[in-house]
Design a protein around this ligand. Structure first.
Ligand code: ATP
Length: 430
């Protein structure tokens, strides 16, 4: 299944390996024409549900490069580490908690001068995951900084800015989408573990009381799970998983992941974290309520991965039968909402009519144009792109001003008046 998705993603322009023509750069990926649209739609839907439709959440777009003091205060310089073991024979480094990978490596063994050598490991050592960069132009005087390892800190260091410049009152949230970078030791499973990736996060600030913390933690858990389901993720492939005490991040009071049953096993793609007052107190940020009471709010965080969600939505959407492969993507996420075809490319009256429809629709929706090959081939091509509706202009159209609309999932066709097309597509987008 992973092979099918990786190959379709590249062939159709969803996702390419990063720096492909120079043998790649491990853990980086480029989103092609379809992937860029898909990701944009995913982020748009997230923003709509987390910011636009809520009066208690505001947005933020903080810088990727921050003063290194941020990372010292947040604890990432000390704690953002994975314990690794190193194979004494080939020097491969693996995460000490990935027992299966360690076993596979041992079983594969090593051959030196024809003899099998038993794999031995070093003691586990910690490596920092923050990616370093240098800022400045004068050699020797450059400032060492870190590319943000999570987008989260931007919301915390701006907490007081947001409170004083907007009308928010606790409980309220700050939402953000943006890139994060981690020196992952073992990037892999396609985009699942990348070194550059995008996060979509909410930091929701509540009064520092157990009942408040618990209430909002439960609330956001359900909201986030429902959001994935509302966009078509198969509920039987979704579950919550509580973090055990020894796997919790340094900042977490408690945490649960939303996991998807991927071909490589149940895997986290969003975490709901109770961060307590860890971050705001580290950054010495406080809140004063209407009664003049000063306190450090607690934070409930929902931290999702745009790339992991994209991968899981693609896996979730993959369908195949004897005749075709199609991506049953929710119309809201589909890169193109519709494709427009003239039945025959060499009949100017059909082409002109179809172009008129295409030009009209494209001011409201992303629509594709295709006049190559025959209709059957165009259907197959749009099916793989996940386009929910194909609109064909045929000779009858010239008589009745109606077109044939073919549904991606059922392959059924219906006649729709040209004047109704806008409404038809809008109604499917919900
Ligand atoms: P893991 O245990 O898989 O390394 P994590 O618990 O470190 O993940 P968080 O720090 O909670 O992840 O990050 C929140 C979200 O950011 C994750 O649920 C995931 O969707 C995304 N994310 C984290 N690391 C990566 C990565 N290396 N590649 C792609 N997405 C990532």
């Amino acid at each position: 299944m992973m092979e099918k998705i990786v190959s379709l993603a590249k062939r159709r322009g969803f996702i390419y390996p990063g720096s492909d023509i120079y043998s790649g750069l491990a853990g980086t990926w480029d989103y092609g024409p379809l992937g860029a649209e898909f990701k944009r739609n995913l982020k748009k839907e997230w923003w709509k549900s987390m910011v636009q439709l809520r009066s208690d959440v505001v947005g933020l777009d903080a810088a990727i490069m921050m003063n290194p003091e941020v990372w010292r205060a947040s604890g990432h310089l000390e704690a953002f580490t994975d314990p690794l073991v190193e194979c004494k024979v080939c020097h491969a480094r693996l995460r000490a908690d990935k027992i299966d990978e360690i076993k596979t490596h041992e079983e594969a063994g090593h051959k030196i001068e024809g003899k099998t050598v038993k794999v031995e490991w070093t003691e586990a050592k910690k490596f920092n995951l923050l990616v370093e960069a240098e800022l400045g132009v004068v050699e020797g005087q450059k400032q060492k900084i870190y590319l943000r390892g999570e987008i989260t800190q931007g919301a915390f260091v701006n907490f007081e800015n947001v409170v004083s410049s907007s009308r928010v009152k606790v409980p309220f949230g700050i939402a953000q989408i943006g890139k994060a970078f981690r020196n992952e030791i073992t990037p892999g499973n396609f985009t699942y573990r990348s070194r550059e990736f995008e996060q979509m996060e909410l930091e929701f600030f509540v009064r520092p009381q157990d009942a408040e913390g618990d209430k909002w933690f439960e609330y956001w858990k359900i909201q986030r799970m429902d959001w994935y389901k509302s966009l078509g993720m198969d509920p039987s492939k979704l579950r919550f998983r509580k973090h055990e005490d020894d796997e919790k991040a340094h900042y977490a009071k408690y945490a649960e992941d939303i996991e998807y049953e991927a071909p490589f096993g149940w895997s986290e793609f969003e975490g709901i974290h109770h961060r307590g007052d860890w971050d705001l107190s580290r950054h010495k940020m406080q809140y004063i309520d209407d009664q003049g009471q000063k306190f450090t709010p607690w934070v409930i965080e929902t931290s999702g991965g745009v790339d992991r969600s994209t991968l899981f939505f693609l896996l979730n959407a993959y369908r195949q039968d004897e005749k075709r492969v199609w991506l049953s993507i929710h119309p809201k996420l589909a890169p193109y909402k519709a494709a427009v075809f003239p039945l025959l490319p060499n009949k100017p009256e059909l082409v002109e009519k179809a172009k008129g429809i295409y030009d009209n629709l494209k001011s409201d929706f992303m629509v594709a144009w295709d006049d190559r090959g025959n209709i059957g081939k165009r259907y197959l091509s749009q099916d793989e792109a996940g386009t929910p509706y194909c609109i064909t202009v045929d000779f009858e159209t010239l008589e009745d001003d109606a077109v044939t609309v073919r549904d991606r999932d059922t392959a059924t066709q219906e006649r729709v008046k040209i004047s109704e097309l806008q409404n038809f597509i809008s109604s499917k987008l919900g």
